[in-house]
Design a protein around this ligand. Structure first.
Ligand SMILES: [Zn+2]
Ligand SMILES: [Zn+2]
Length: 358
């Protein structure tokens, strides 16, 4: 023990300087200081049904490594004067529920370097997330009905339409209500029942921007809860059954859509030079007579100003067809068969393979 007066000395053991922090010598400071404190056990919750993790009261889709980081940062209490902290962590799984997190830590307190190792046991508990709770209760807010106009779609076409929901889900945020309650084919279409009206509407907008057509929304009140009406949304989407270039029956004539517009399509008449814009609503009455892949291409063997002769590819007999109004002599014919008769189509840009410029 030092009895010197006036000079500096360790407040604990009386040792001579150098002194650090609260006027202690290095051994005394080290004996009384820890760089960090960690709890022995830390709980975390994972949804037993879907595997997402609860972090700070929020359910999130995350990896185990992110869980360990999160647990570390939430539970590690570092000395308030510590600087230049370096952290390393190694998770070691001991069982399905238990993982030991070995932590190496260094940092500087009052110019002294501290190096410590700690172990924290992460203990997983099973829970059920909000989404799974709602799903288990068959909760739903909206039904999207996929249908078509002008032509019945094939099962494959409905599958492709349905697949766009996955794209929409991927792009949207991790809203716990963005889930599918049930789905399946119905007569003439496909129904998808969803946990969220917002998701239904987002999908509806996506379908319109990808395939045109329109959406009809119906809201119905199904009850009251906590003084508020509980409503369900039904969203009917009709995909136009025609593509650019197909032949459709519309307003008692045959037309071919030549381009999409914001609200519908540009329609070109087949029997004369006429072009008009039509809205999706106008086109609800349209009916597909032939899709482009059903067209038959022929060479005319003989032709005059109004008619062309060709070999019927089905019977190999000479047949006659009225030439389209804009026919150029020598050009191939693009035919469809309608009511036992051949019809030659006027050509559109889409019928001519693109010229490659050199
Ligand atoms: Zn001391
Ligand atoms: Zn879940």
């Amino acid at each position: 023990m030092s009895t010197r007066l006036g000079g500096e000395f360790c407040l604990v053991c009386g040792a001579d300087p150098p002194l650090f922090g609260d006027r202690m010598c290095e051994p005394c400071l080290r004996a009384r200081t820890v760089l960090a404190k960690v709890p022995e056990n830390v709980p975390w919750v994972r949804c037993a049904r879907c595997g997402i993790v609860e972090i700070d009261g929020k359910w999130e889709n995350t990896t185990e490594d992110e869980v360990w980081d999160e647990l570390l940062h939430r539970n590690l209490v570092v000395h308030e004067r510590a600087e230049d902290i370096q952290l390393g962590m190694e998770p070691v799984k001991v069982s399905d529920r238990h993982t030991l997190l070995h932590i190496q830590l260094e940092g500087v307190i009052d110019d002294l370097l501290f190096q410590e190792e700690h172990t924290m046991r992460a203990r997983m508990a099973n829970g059920v997330c909000l989404t799974c709770t709602r799903r288990a209760g068959n909760y739903f807010e909206a039904t999207v009905q996929l249908r078509s106009s002008a032509r019945r779609l094939s099962e494959d076409e409905f599958k492709r339409l349905r697949a766009t929901l996955d794209d929409v889900l991927e792009k949207l945020s991790d809203d716990p209500m963005f889930f599918i309650t049930t789905e399946g084919p119905v007569t003439g279409g496909y129904d998808v029942v969803l946990g969220s009206k917002g998701l239904a509407r987002a999908w509806g907008r996506h379908l319109i921007s990808e395939y045109g057509g329109m959406v009809i929304e119906t809201n119905s009140t199904v009850g009251r809860k906590d003084g508020v009406d509980v409503t369900r949304l039904t969203l009917l989407y009709r995909k136009p059954g025609y593509e650019i270039g197909d032949v459709v029956q519309w307003r008692h004539h045959m037309w071919r859509p030549s381009a999409w517009t914001k609200e519908g399509a540009i329609m070109e008449r087949i029997d004369r030079r006429e072009r008009t814009g039509a809205s999706w609503r106008d086109l609800e009455q349209a009916k597909v007579l032939a899709q482009r892949h059903e067209f038959i291409e022929v060479d005319f063997i003989n032709e005059d100003a109004t008619a062309g002769e060709f070999l019927d590819p089905n019977t190999w007999e000479m047949s006659l067809v009225r030439l389209p109004f804009e026919h150029i002599p020598g050009r191939k014919g693009l035919l469809i068969r309608q009511d036992e008769e051949w019809i030659a189509l006027p050509h559109m840009a889409i019928d001519t393979p693109e010229q490659v410029e050199d």
